[in-house]
Design a protein around this ligand. Sequence first.
Ligand code: FEO
Length: 161
Amino acid sequence: MLSKSMQKALNGQIQKEFASSYLYLAMAAYCETKNLPGMATWLKVQAQEEWGHGMKIYEFVNDRGGTVTLQAIEQPPAEFGSPVDIFKGVLEHEQKITAAINDLYAQAVKENDYATQIMLQWFITEQVEEEKNASDILELLKMAGEHVIVLDHRLGKRGAA
Ligand code: FEO
């Protein structure tokens, strides 16, 4: 059984994951308008992954006898600037999500909630990957300069998770 405080915190994380999905979809939509179909594809796959992260916590809350309460998702921006700006935004967003996951883990430790700790370990590992992916692409974009279209083509090869 989940404590009320853990349930509240996990519901907050469900909101953050779904909001991430919405943010990346907004970035994808922006890339479509800028003739960057590869980046749009990469971001759409990322948006799907984030939806999956939200659902993972959703299922966990239910499995532990808790109640999922969905929260509002605010409207994401419509403009994201250059490709470098976009992926800087992705990296900064992922760093915030990592901090939120770490806070959740610390709370689960404090509450001796072992099941939630084990569930969150998947997210801790995932965040290492998420930050690495965003950071690698950001570095490539900084180097790509006028060759950004070649990189866009490469990002378009990302398959669905
Ligand atoms: Fe669900 Fe990108 O963290």
